[in-house]
Ligand binder design. Sequence first.
Ligand code: SAM
Length: 663
Amino acid sequence: MLDLSRARDRMVKIHVARRGIRNREVLQAMREVPREAFVAPGFEEFAYEDGPLPIADGQTISQPYIVALMIEMAEAKAGDHVLEVGTGSGYAAAVMSRIVEQVYTIERHPGLAETAKQRFEKLGYDNIEVRTGDGTNGWPEAAPFDAIVVAASAPGAPLALQEQLDVGGILVIPVGDDLDSQRLLKVTRTGASTYSEEDFGGVRFVPLIGEQGWPEGGKPAELDRPLRHPQPVSLPDMIAMAAEPLPDFDDQAFGESFDRFADRRVVLLGEASHGTSEFYKARAAITRRLVERHGFTIVAVEADWPDAAAIDRYVRHRKRLAGATAPFQRFPVWMWRNTDVAAFTDWMRNHNEKLQPPRQAGFYGLDIYNMSGSIAAVLDYLDRVDPRSAKIARERYGCLTPWQNEPSTYGRAVLTAGYRKCEQAVLQQCRDLLAKHLEYAQSDGADFLDASQNARLIAAAERYYRIMYYGGAESWNLRDSHMFETLEHLLDAGGPNSKAIVWAHNSHIGDARYTEMGVVRDELNIGQLCRERFGNQAALIGMGTHSGTVAAATEWDGEMEVKQVLASRGDSYEWLCHECRVPRFLLDLGRDEALRERLLERRLERFIGVIYRPETELRSHYADASLPQQFDAFVWFDKTSAVTPLGPQHARAGVPDTYPFGL
Ligand code: SAM
């Protein structure tokens, strides 16, 4: 037996309330009316899906959201007398009947009118009168009406209907002479012969056929294809319809919405800035779900490897290394030392507590910027497992010592001032360490993975800083290739069934081939490399926002500031998402082919990193992209807020040194 009342509650919550319907009476009425009683036999189990369903005479029962929107627009309330034109299944009339005193509804198909009448009787809804006929002439004997709702599209608002409105009454009607595109109008009678009009956006309804509508067999009749359910036509409306509203982060339904990606080997979660709390919270909620329910054990983030390794020890209840300094001390500190990351790592620690090491979830860094931290980690490791080799390693890495604190100057010194290049030394050290895999890994596999990754990182970073001097795509590509290889090493170390989640900026995660980065600058990224390597076993999920605040600096190494994010530009993807007026949602870009096609054409997308300069926003933060090719899905938060950096006030009572962040 289907639990339809639960499904009904869910429909109201997810498909109606979260899309912005606020009227409590409308929401309550929709919770009450059994929609399954209005669909064709055999379709009951689909009655609460977010879409149209067939009824008799080739007609459809309207989507729940459209029904709710029209009743809300009509401002239907207790005591009202309401006329509906286009009874169809009778569902909308039934919903209205739970709110108002009396509903009159007209349907041109006698069969539909009769079935609707029987449904009302069966349900005991005795305040609905049904009539067969042409609703464009209204129902003069019952006029005036407080509201008239027309469920089919007309060339204009029929005069008869306007005249049958009481003063103050509202007519809601889709109007337009294109079968594919009409406007949803709210016409209010403001006086004996005066009316005002408001436009609620693009929709697509079946035609209203009648004396003051379209003639049967005339112009619209040739358009009279199988009658369709009203559909949105403007791009933001199409997005609104495809958007799956998201609940609070702590609501289990948030993570559940991403279960469709649970069978992938790698799920990559992007962000449109490095300083937005919602992006961190969303990634944490999705990750919790994938780890807890779907066997993901690798959380690999756009952070430096040695710093993330300290967090990893914490979340896996491993002893802190003697003499280890607190991680993430370098610019941009707030990117990882913030309350959202701290909460997430605490969750990981709790989750891991009851598990054996192979089943624990690990926290890893993909980035290459903390070269000195990696050098210290390799030396520390060798000091413990192989002091003789440690001595050699110390000499080799000594070559980089002058540049350790300012590695960006290394490239220039080597290339222009004839300083010794350290390439051979660091490569040899990496090879030597990897060659001792069997010997070293015996004592502790996790420690060996950490040390070998640090040695690889030093080799990559040496090259990175050398080629960085020239600028251009090569250093970016080296960094992202290193990130990808690190991810591959982690997956290999976890075995053939290992699954990973990646947290990084949209610019790393969205397939670079479909953005300005790849098209104009020849840059690749980890998202692209994952698609090339894992095909549809990789899910690329971007995130975006319209406005709010963000934690960012004005220049590199500058102080963190909480900055106002400018409203998104009218020619951007963000603007389309904003215009659809759903405050937070998941847009699955693989589900709606028509929408995907319309979104394909490249337009601007906003990228905020650790620096944000609103004054030069177009130049410094917008780039061209084709969203449905760049990502498999897009997560939207219309208004967002800056992350909260960890400060002394976050030190936990009774714990002098709040490992792992060392506050
Ligand atoms: N409100 C309905 C529901 O909840 O199921 C859906 C209505 S359906 C989208 C539009 C209906 O308008 C069709 O059943 C169609 O036959 C009817 N219709 C079209 N022109 C009409 C007219 N002039 N008078 C009455 N009904 C009309």
